[in-house]
Design a binder for this molecule. Sequence first.
Ligand SMILES: CSCCC(=O)C(=O)COP(=O)(O)O
Ligand SMILES: [Zn+2]
Length: 209
Amino acid sequence: MSSLVKKWRELADVKAELAARDWFFATSGNLSIKVTDDPLTFLVTASGKDKRKQTDEDFLLVDALGNPAEETHLKPSAETLLHVEIYKKTNAGCSLHVHTIDNNVISELYGDNREVVFTGQEIIKAFGLWEEDAVIRIPIINNYAHIPTLAKEFAQHVNDDAGAVLIRNHGITVWGRNAFEAKKFLEACEFLFSYHIKLLLLKGAKAFA
Ligand SMILES: CSCCC(=O)C(=O)COP(=O)(O)O
Ligand SMILES: [Zn+2]
């Protein structure tokens, strides 16, 4: 099996799993996986599609600028430049972007602080932080409609081979050395967001009881 086909299948599997979680509302979300390092090429989701559906036209190969690397009628994700920044600046192998209600709520709640901070949760170990008092900080950036501006702002927070950035009232982009790690980070982030929102709601309800 060629490495392109292998990578396609790997990304298709992740896409199916995220779809099963219902994390692709209204055609939102985009995913990518690196195929070659030199020159940089990666598979990215085609723009505007319902990512819950599986088709032969789900992904296309793009180059280091995010342009199609082969003749195709497909358009790369409108947010491909964010994926480009990750592969340009790190050794990441996979990047996942989803819009969930929980990640949007958290991004708005803590947007003015420019980050959301979690501690005291067992699931933080999923980020490779094993200390009892480990802290995970997720930066929150503004949601610029102009994608090159968004990508530039996003790139300020792309320094490690694995990481996560929230885009205010838009979604989250998570990356990792491979698809397994990127998905693990994404699931851990969404766990923390959901837990935090539920806790705040219950504390609020308790205060009024
Ligand atoms: C209705 S979603 C708006 C665009 C977006 O934020 C997104 O994640 C999907 O865009 P794409 O071009 O990757 O389909
Ligand atoms: Zn998006």
